[in-house]
Design a protein around this ligand. Structure first.
Ligand code: KIV
Ligand code: ZN
Length: 512
């Protein structure tokens, strides 16, 4: 494959993706995702917006220090302070560090948001790129709201920033407004009208407000774009960003009509999707392309029959190609460490010896309560025991009495900032009672938005899985918990969300 046919995948799950309501992640969580992105072999990981908060800065720095394969990008506005701060975090990646600076170029943004003229915007863009280029030759410039920018002006900005040292120029559809034919024409226009365009890679960055982010990205690739910006599970603000797994699998599956390839090791896609859902609490809809629970499920008899005879009758790609396990191995209380470890590895988890032992003990506890342990149970164990490690607040014990006669009462013992506390309260129902006690013990002011309950697998002995959505100071936090007792699962989910809110608060934040 020549350079022209090799499409770079720029993953922005940790930056644009994190802007989804409730998706905020702490440093350890971001690093965990970054390791998975490294396994996927993405070309660039956009690790955050270093000037936005101490937490963002530290996360970018840590990822720049730890991740070895992909380039590491940090976003910054077109000003000296942002660019200097970004490089302070990115310099640890050495020549793999990428400064990504942006300014809006559409009339509507220049007039109402920036209050700047065209000349002023070009000047700011050139100044920013030149400053960034003083730190590294790896500079990306984004013309925010490029799709609603007048084309001659867009071409002028792009030419100027390439002259100033930008090696990647990104043409974002910031508000998810374009359609494939229009986006194709924009990229073609730039290729044909910007004299120095061959000195830079054209990047595309699509939002999904009209459900067209993947289609638009593919159209742009066909018009000559060399980099696609996307997120795992398509998470992102509003309707989200272009989904990594969809764009990558579309390119792989239809290489007959789109002769391009990415460097993605697609067999790690399913694990990346699951890990992100676990970390953020944002579940994938069952009918989501590629990674939804039903994406490879054939319900209709005629389809099942066809697939059994010859897979390609109804299957355009194999579940194995995205790393889905088709051998449904069920573990039980007689399964030993070896079988447990093997299954955990097959599911795509890379655990330290210590974490594996913790997870194994939890598995044994669960196997005493539940006859069959499915992959979904193992996911829940890893999530609960390894990924959602309690920070400030930890559930120690709880007991609830409820029914149709006595008032529901919950007694909860918790560790709050290292101190053991206990209280009991009544509520309208057992969950209400439990949440009231937890609120009292933690002193939280967060407001409960939604609470949902589900079962991880079938059967009455299935683990309950709860999701809690809270709001605190205008920001949303999602928490999850799993346990064979649904009330304990609810309490865990509530505490998980409170921990996320507390850790976000601790990461000093500045207004952008
Ligand atoms: O959507 C957008 O325009 C962005 C830029 C900052 C790249 O996220
Ligand atoms: Zn964006």
């Amino acid at each position: 494959m020549s350079d022209i046919n090799r499409i770079k995948i720029f993953d922005t799950t940790l930056r644009d993706g994190e802007q989804s309501p409730g998706a905020s992640m702490n440093i350890e969580e971001k690093l965990r995702i970054a390791y998975q992105l490294e396994k996927l072999n993405v070309d660039v990981i956009e690790a955050g917006f270093p000037v936005a908060s101490i937490g963002d800065f530290e996360a970018v720095k840590k990822i720049a220090q730890c991740i070895k394969g992909p380039q590491i990008a940090g976003l910054c506005r077109a000003n000296d302070m942002d660019i200097d701060r970004a490089w302070e975090a990115l310099k640890y990646a050495g020549d793999r560090g990428r400064i990504h600076t942006f300014i809006a170029t559409s009339d509507i943004h220049m007039k109402f948001k920036l209050k700047m003229t065209e000349d002023q915007v070009v000047e700011a863009a050139v100044k920013a790129v030149s400053r960034a280029a003083g730190y590294t030759p790896n500079v990306e410039f984004s013309a925010e709201d490029a799709v609603r920018t007048r084309l001659p002006f867009l071409a002028r900005v792009v030419e100027a920033v390439i002259d100033a040292g930008a090696t990647t120029v990104n043409i974002p559809d910031t508000v998810g407004y374009t359609i494939p034919s229009e986006y194709f024409n924009i990229i073609r226009f730039l290729k044909e009208n910007v004299p120095n365009i061959e000195k830079a890679v054209i990047s595309v960055h699509c939002h999904n407000d009209l459900g067209l982010a993947v289609a638009n990205s593919l159209a742009a690739v066909q018009a000559g774009a060399g980099q696609v910006e996307c997120t795992v599970n398509g998470i992102g603000e509003r309707a989200g960003n272009c989904s990594l797994e969809e764009v990558v699998m579309a390119l792989r599956t239809r290489c007959d009509v789109m002769p391009f390839e990415t460097g993605i090791v697609t067999e790690h896609i399913a694990a990346a999707s699951r890990l992100l859902s676990t970390v953020t609490g944002i579940m994938v809809q069952p009918n989501k392309a590629i990674v939804g629970a039903n994406a490879f499920a054939h319900e209709a008899g005629i389809h099942q029959h066809g697939v059994l005879q010859e897979k390609s009758t109804y299957e355009i790609m194999t579940p194995e190609s995205i790393g889905l396990l088709t051998n449904k191995l069920v573990l039980g209380k007689h399964s030993g460490r070896h079988a447990f470890k093997q299954r955990i590895e097959e599911l795509g988890y890379d655990l330290s010896k210590e974490d594996l032992e913790k997870a194994f003990c939890r598995f044994k506890d669960l196997a005493d309560q539940k006859k069959e342990i499915f992959d979904e149970d193992l996911d829940a164990i890893i999530a609960d025991e390894i990924i959602r490690v309690p920070e400030q607040f930890k559930l120690l014990q709880m007991n609830v009495s409820s029914g149709s006669f006595a008032a529901p009462t919950a007694t909860v013992q918790m560790e709050v900032n290292g101190e053991v506390k206990k209280a009991a309260l009544m509520g309208d129902g057992p969950v209400d009672a439990a949440f009231k006690v937890i609120k009292k013990l933690t002193g939280s002011q967060a407001h409960l938005l939604t609470f949902t309950v589900g079962a991880i697998t079938g059967g009455t002995d299935a683990q309950g899985e709860c999701t809690v959505r809270l709001s605190q100071d205008g920001k949303e936090f999602l928490g999850q918990g799993a346990h064979p007792d649904i009330i304990v699962a609810s309490a865990k989910a509530y505490i998980n969300a409170l921990n996320k809110a507390a850790s976000f608060e601790a990461r000093e934040s500045v207004e952008l």
